[in-house]
Design a protein. Structure first.
Lengths: 155, 169
C-alpha cells in the first residue's frame, strides 16, 4: 500500500481544485484513507496476532468498504446519508484505485473481486515505498491547488 | 430503473429499523471476514508461513514465497547470501543469493524454499525509504484526516449521532 499521506494528499488536491465545501472534502478525504485505517492499521498494531488482525482484512476489499461506508453513514442525519455515502465511496474508490496501480512481490492482500474469487492482480506502476519519495511533489501539487483556489477568490 | 435504485437506497439509508440494518451489516461483514480468513490462498502472516513450511519441508520444497518488509540481518560469508528477519517475532530466514543490501535495510523478495529455514533468491528489491518514515507520515495523515472530520462535524446525542453543526463552506 502507498503511505496514508499519499492517499490523503491526492483527494485533498482534487477537492480543493474542484472547490468542494468542507463537509464534502472532509468525507471524501475520510473515504480515501478509510480502507487502510480500518484494515492495515490493526494489522500493524496486532502484528504478533495475525489471525486477530485478519478479521479486519476484508475491509480492504470493495465489498468490505461498501459495508463499512453503509454502516458509517448511518451516524449522520437521514437526509444527508445518500450524499455522504456517495462521497465516502468515491474517496474509498480512489484509495483502492491507487492501490491497484502499485507493484508488490506478493500481492495476496488485494482481492479486488472478493468474495467471487481470490484472484489478485495489480497494474505494477510503482512500488509501495516509492510513494514516500513522491510526497514533496504531491505537497507542491496541494500548494498549487490552494493557490488556484485563492486566485479564484475562495479562501 | 434509476428511480427504483434511488427508492431502494432511500429505504436502506432511512432511520426505519436503523439498529436492525446496522446489525445485519455487521453480520454480513462477519460472514465475509470468516470466509476471507478461511478461503484466501496464503493464510496467516508471512512468518507463520515460514514456520508452517519448515514443519513440513517435503510438502513445500521448491515452492516460491514472497516476503515483504524483511529486514536484512547479517550477510553470509563469501557472498553466499544473507539472513533476513521476518515479522514482529523476527524469524530468521536464510536467503541464498541475496547479496545486495546492508544489515538493517528493508527488502522485499521472492525466493524458492529449500527446506529448514533456507530459501534461494528469485528476485529482490531494496526499499528506498525507511519504514519509520512511511509509518510516521501515515500516522500524521490519519491524525490530519480525523482532525478535519471532527472540526467539520460535531457530536450531538440523539438519533442522529453526528450532525453538521460546525460545517464551514
Amino acid at each position: 500500500m502507498p503511505d496514508l499521506m499519499t492517499h490523503l494528499l491526492i483527494p485533498w488536491a482534487v477537492g480543493r481544485t474542484a472547490a468542494w465545501d468542507r463537509p464534502r472534502l472532509a468525507i471524501f478525504c475520510l473515504g480515501a484513507v478509510l480502507p487502510d485505517l480500518v484494515s492495515r492499521a490493526p494489522s500493524i498494531a496486532l502484528g504478533r496476532w495475525p489471525e486477530a488482525a485478519s478479521i479486519f482484512s476484508a475491509f480492504h476489499t470493495p465489498i468490505g468498504v461498501l459495508i463499512l461506508c453503509l454502516g458509517l453513514v448511518m451516524i449522520f442525519p437521514e437526509q444527508e446519508r445518500a450524499r455522504f455515502l456517495s462521497w465516502l465511496l468515491t474517496g474509498a474508490g480512489l484509495h483502492l484505485g491507487l492501490d491497484l496501480l502499485q507493484l508488490t512481490v506478493r500481492s495476496d492482500n488485494y482481492y479486488w473481486l472478493f468474495p467471487l474469487t481470490f484472484k489478485d492482480f495489480q497494474l505494477g506502476l510503482f512500488w509501495p515505498d516509492q510513494t514516500v519519495l513522491a510526497l514533496p511533489g504531491l505537497m507542491i501539487l496541494v500548494l498549487a491547488a490552494e493557490l488556484l483556489r485563492r486566485r479564484r477568490g475562495r479562501p | 430503473m434509476r428511480s427504483l435504485m434511488g427508492a431502494m437506497t432511500g429505504r436502506l439509508l432511512s432511520d426505519r429499523y436503523r439498529g436492525l440494518k446496522l446489525a445485519l451489516l455487521g453480520l454480513i461483514y462477519l460472514g465475509l471476514a470468516v470466509y476471507y480468513q478461511a478461503g484466501r490462498p496464503d493464510k496467516g502472516a508471512q512468518w507463520e508461513r515460514v514456520f508452517r513450511w519448515a514443519a513440513a519441508p517435503g510438502l513445500y520444497q521448491g515452492r516460491s514465497l514472497g516476503l515483504t518488509q524483511a529486514r536484512v540481518g547479517r550477510l553470509l560469508p563469501r557472498d553466499q547470501g544473507a539472513v533476513v528477519l521476518v515479522g514482529p517475532p523476527k524469524v530468521e530466514v536464510t536467503v541464498l543469493g541475496l547479496t545486495k543490501g546492508r544489515p538493517g535495510q528493508l527488502v522485499d523478495l521472492r525466493a524458492s524454499y529449500q527446506g529448514g529455514a533456507a530459501f534461494v533468491l528469485e528476485e529482490a528489491r531494496l526499499h528506498v525509504a525507511p519504514r519509520w518514515l512511511k509509518l510516521g507520515v501515515s500516522l500524521l495523515a490519519a491524525a490530519l484526516v480525523l482532525l478535519l472530520f471532527f472540526r467539520t462535524f460535531s457530536f450531538k446525542p440523539g438519533r442522529d449521532a453526528l450532525s453538521r453543526t460546525r460545517a464551514k463552506r
